[in-house]
Design a protein around this ligand. Structure first.
Ligand SMILES: [Zn+2]
Ligand SMILES: [Zn+2]
Length: 413
């Protein structure tokens, strides 16, 4: 072999090895896909605020739920949420009996023969002198660790659960220091930590003015409880909306998920319905900004494709989501197009007619001939008992093709 032939072979071998190396680097099987997917729910800014999607009421195996905090976090991220609170019951914790058995030799001698744990059901009896021995921050710690893969905002919280009523405390700092046999003192303990407390799944009570229980009225009036969960799973307490609007009580809608969210909400997914969410209008998605937004009443409750909140925010939400454009005039009508660039559907009533402007869709609408504005009632935007949001949208008229204007039917042929 002469020198030049050897050189050629050497170059060829070098080229082949480097191209093989390069191929390995770009090998699609080495791509960084982790197998996790998220549904994005697109909602435009309202009055300069971002709209963050939250669920402030969920359970895990650490109370009476069926899934771990880690799966709760993954599920929330996958469902498109930005904020999650795991709010296990402090009084009801069925896992302890299993954990004690599971931990076996790890458990201190005096606790070994406690097949049911200690004080694990305190909904209608007070804890004995041993109090609650479990570490009620475990769910939060697990969620925080798991959330490193998802980057949501995880809010620490608990559900205070008595026969007199259920109350969620969010933004707590130590869940082990909340329990007290007296429900009011328990709520006070949470408030002393800087927590925000709202009333869960309120029941109607015909004997009081607000239709809340006397205790709930007292807690709201004293300022210990500030918010109201008007949507919980499939239950909706529309009768309390006027009370919330009148008294500036922020409204929440949460899943109260015990098992998987899919199990609870999937039958409705095909109709474009998401899990319950509370929308928070805030500049940033950090604890301080979100808490401030709630305290200032910047919440919208999303429940079964209905949005419940203050009229000013709902009207802005509609206007930010849906645009109007004049297409043409025919002999009888002015035809406009409504384009919805959000993930939420809107049910629009004009005169006696009603139609849905579906998420990420456009529809055409006939108005009285010569119209330069449209007045809608958006029937799924609820800002009172029977009150729905009314919106007026002006549009710029375009010159119409005289052929269309002269003909009865303008539809494409
Ligand atoms: Zn409850
Ligand atoms: Zn609950």
């Amino acid at each position: 072999m002469n020198k030049s032939k050897f050189l050629l072979i050497a170059i060829a071998i070098f080229a082949l090895t480097t191209s093989a190396m390069a191929q390995k680097k770009n090998d699609p099987t080495l791509s960084v896909h982790t197998g996790k997917h998220r549904q994005e729910i697109i909602i435009p800014q309202i009055k300069g605020y971002n709209v963050y999607k939250a669920d402030f009421h969920t359970h895990t195996i650490y109370s009476d739920g069926n899934i771990t905090p880690s799966l709760r976090v993954r599920e929330a991220w996958s469902d498109g949420l930005d904020i999650l609170a795991i709010t296990d019951h402090i009084e009801y914790r069925r896992i302890e009996r299993d954990l004690i058995k599971y931990m076996g030799e790890y458990i201190k001698e005096e606790y070994r023969n406690l097949p049911k744990g200690v004080n694990t059901n305190l909904q209608d009896v007070a804890a004995d002198e041993r109090g609650i021995l479990a570490n009620l921050n475990t769910n939060y710690d697990e969620a925080i660790e798991s959330n490193q893969q998802y980057g949501m905002l995880i809010v620490r919280g608990v559900e205070i659960t008595r026969n007199e009523g259920h109350y969620n405390a969010i933004f707590t700092t130590d869940n082990n220091k909340i329990y007290h046999p007296n429900i009011k003192q328990s709520i006070q303990n949470a408030v002393d930590q800087g927590a925000y407390v709202f009333q869960n799944h309120p029941k109607h009570n015909k004997t009081t003015k607000t239709s809340m229980s006397p205790l709930a009225e007292e807690l709201h009036n004293s300022g210990l409880v500030k918010g109201m969960e008007i949507g919980n799973g499939w239950a909706f307490w529309g009768r309390l909306v006027p009370y919330c609007i009148k008294n500036n009580v922020p409204m929440f809608s949460n899943s109260d998920g015990h098992s998987t969210i899919a199990e609870r909400f999937q039958p409705y997914y095909n109709d474009g319905v998401y899990r319950n969410m509370t929308f928070i209008l805030a500049k940033k998605c950090d604890e301080k900004s979100i808490k401030e937004a709630i305290e200032k009443g910047r919440t919208i409750a999303y429940h079964n494709n209905r949005l419940i909140g203050k009229e000013e925010y709902l009207a802005e939400l509609f206007k930010a989501s849906v645009s109007i454009e004049h297409l043409c005039d025919n002999k009888k009508e002015t035809v406009v197009m409504l384009t919805n660039k959000s993930s939420l559907p809107y049910s629009v009533k004009v005169g006696k007619g009603e139609m849905i402007v579906h998420a990420m869709s456009a529809v055409q609408l006939a108005l009285p001939k010569g119209s330069a504005s449209a007045e809608f009632t958006v029937t799924n935007l609820i800002c009172g008992g029977n009150k729905r949001v009314k919106v007026t949208m002006d549009f710029k008229r375009k010159p119409t093709n005289p052929y269309l204007a002269a003909n009865e039917t303008w539809y494409p042929r």
